[in-house]
Design a protein around this ligand. Structure first.
Ligand code: NAD
Length: 305
């Protein structure tokens, strides 16, 4: 199956593709026929500085291998310019990989407004701006594949990453909503929470583990869910070191209380074990799956718990 996964005629923008995970995605898409915009600001891992070198090197690598790519050095916050690079050179955009990222890790007590704002700007505002700049094109052509890069830090929280984890979880929310809005236009959006060796994680893993956590283990899934035949939309995948998971929400069966004066903290406390019991779970993926109107109506007719 993977042998047949081609992207001929497709144009992919990969943000932050001058190194790490983005570079591998760009190489993979290009090796399978896509024309690729290799975007990278070329700054340091904390977001300072800029350089054209990182993006240029990856474009050179792609061209040497017989692929087609152009470089773009704008920040993802200047998304229109990135998208213009694609349109000017290749006439269209089909796939957007929101991958660019930085770190400003600090414990919450030491976190500054600058640390918060810069991380939010690159990850959340950058992904929003890039997606917005592609959206009308995707709607007009009735095709688009979007990937958001979240993180286990966002899904579960992580010490020292309140800014980063907040931005990453917000990207899950953005993806979930645009997946719903885009579906009828064949615009699909999914999220990955990857873990891989890169300059962002070089001080996290022991050297022998670091060597085995190749970004190459992330790229195949990215290609698969961004392919035109993929039906995945609004989903989250957690992956790294060759392990692949799908992630979803789980909630308890819950308790419906009578909506009258008996609905007090004590009544809830009395049902706490049932409210928090996951032995008969539900897996909601939309607000509409819960019929709140019927529940409210039924609550009126119940006897007190
Ligand atoms: P990386 O530092 O190697 O790559 C990130 C790239 O983004 C860099 O080349 C950088 O120059 C570029 N960049 C930064 N700010 C930019 C901006 N404003 N505009 C354009 N480009 C910009 O790190 P990586 O590990 O490959 O990270 C890629 C993505 O994966 C990031 O979003 C990161 O948060 C996410 N992620 C990585 C891991 C991991 O284990 N490596 C885990 C979870 C999430």
């Amino acid at each position: 199956m993977s042998e047949q996964l081609r992207f001929d005629g497709r144009v992919a923008i990969v943000t932050g593709a001058g190194g790490g995970l983005g570079r591998i995605y760009a190489l993979l898409f290009a090796s399978r026929g896509a024309k690729v915009v290799v975007n990278d600001l070329g700054g340091s891992r904390d977001g300072s500085g800029n350089s054209s070198r990182a993006a240029d090197q990856v474009v050179e690598e792609i061209r040497r291998a017989g692929g087609t790519a152009v470089a773009n050095y704008d920040s993802v916050e200047d998304a229109e310019k990135v998208v213009q690079t694609a349109v000017k050179n290749f006439g269209r955009v089909d796939i957007l990989i929101n991958n660019a990222g930085i770190l400003r890790d600090r414990s919450f007590i030491k976190l500054t407004d600058d640390d918060w704002d810069l991380v939010m700007r690159v990850h959340l505002r950058g992904s929003y701006k890039m997606t917005k700049a592609c959206w009308s094109l995707f709607r007009e052509q009735k095709f688009g594949r979007i990937l958001m890069t979240a993180s286990g830090s966002g899904l579960y929280g992580n010490y020292g990453q309140s800014n980063y984890s907040s931005a990453k979880m917000a990207l899950v929310a953005l993806s979930n909503t645009i997946a719903k809005e885009g579906e009828k236009y064949n615009i699909f959006s999914n999220v990955i929470a990857p873990i891989a060796a890169s300059r962002l994680t070089e001080n996290v893993f022991p050297p022998e583990i670091f060597a085995a956590m190749k970004p190459d283990f992330i790229a195949p899934l990215v290609a698969l869910v961004c392919h035109e035949n993929s039906e995945e939309n609004g989903h989250i995948f957690e992956l790294g070191a060759g392990q692949f998971y799908k992630v979803r929400y789980e909630r308890s069966e819950g308790v419906l209380f009578k909506a009258d004066a008996s609905f007090l903290p004590g009544a809830i406390a009395a049902q706490w074990n049932k409210i928090t019991d996951f032995s008969n779970p539900q897996y909601p993926s939309s607000i509409a799956e819960t019929d709140w109107v019927t529940l409210a109506d039924t609550a009126k007719t119940l006897t007190s718990n």
